[in-house]
Design a protein around this ligand. Structure first.
Ligand code: ADP
Length: 248
């Protein structure tokens, strides 16, 4: 069975974190099936590189774990990698710590070196999911260059769209539950501003490259995963159509 997903490219500038606007044109939720997943793997025959894009609190981490397990690809979360460096007291950790504590982005060159080194590890050869990278245009350009030289993968950039109200509600809940020292109300608001100014432009960057898949991040965890799987399958089938056309 093949279900074709409607893929909504974003309205550039409709920054959720900046404006709190909702767009109700969400694609229909279609429950993923084994057939859909098989279709994705069989159709592409290439490693899958998933990039997660969305403000803090959009549910990227939760979806990242589910998707990485589902597609059996490495889950690379820059926040976790950086926190491990801080905990180990490495040079990178010592340099990154202050930025993270303030809710600022760690400088591009530090994060990029760390991420590209991680992507070069064997467990990423069959595919990877990037949660938290890139977050700036400079990081996106570094990743684009690396991918074009080093990876024959199909890249899908998942843009998780969510309203500001829902975001603040979730972040407050996470702050209460997890006691992360960068999850105070002030740093949350600050990180949302950083997202709007530094990371939101990547939506346009990837829309221009045709790799963007916008997903409504409001709903249950399962519903959001189903939207992603449906969208990715539609993308993979589109890829098959493109190949078939070239072959004739
Ligand atoms: P969240 O997505 O909830 O903000 P993360 O765990 O992804 O949290 O990241 C925590 C912190 O790590 C960020 O606020 C930032 O300081 C740093 N960080 C993570 N990824 C990057 C990145 N790609 N570039 C710069 N800094 C980053």
């Amino acid at each position: 069975m093949v279900v074709s997903a409607r893929i909504h490219e974003p309205v550039v500038g409709a920054g959720v974190a900046g404006g709190g606007r909702t767009r109700p044109d969400t694609e229909a939720v279609v429950a993923p099936t084994d057939a859909l997943e098989a279709s994705l793997a069989v159709t592409t025959g290439r490693p899958l590189g998933i990039v997660m894009l969305g403000p803090p609190g959009a549910g990227k981490g939760t979806q990242a774990a589910r998707l990485a397990a589902r597609y059996a690809i490495a889950n690379v979360a820059t926040g976790d990698l950086l926190r491990a460096q801080v905990a180990e007291g490495t040079t990178l950790g010592r340099r990154a710590r202050g930025y993270m504590h303030r809710g600022d982005l760690v400088p591009d060159e530090l994060v990029t070196a760390m991420v590209l080194q991680r992507l070069g590890r064997p467990d990423c050869a069959d595919g990877f999911l990037l949660d938290g990278y890139p977050r700036t245009v400079g990081q996106a350009e570094a990743l684009d260059a690396w991918l074009s030289e080093r990876c024959a993968c199909i890249v899908a950039v998942l843009h998780f769209r969510i309203t500001e109200d829902e975001l603040l509600r979730r972040l407050q809940r996470r702050a209460d539950e997890q006691h992360r020292d960068d999850d105070t109300v002030e740093t949350i608001r600050y990180r949302l501003r950083v997202f709007a100014s530094e990371t939101q432009p990547l939506v346009e960057h990837y829309a221009k490259r045709g790799t963007l898949l916008t997903v409504d991040a409001i709903g249950t965890t399962e519903e959001v995963t189903a939207r992603v799987v449906t969208g990715l399958t539609g993308r993979a089938n589109g890829h098959q159509v493109a190949r078939a056309r070239r072959a004739t």
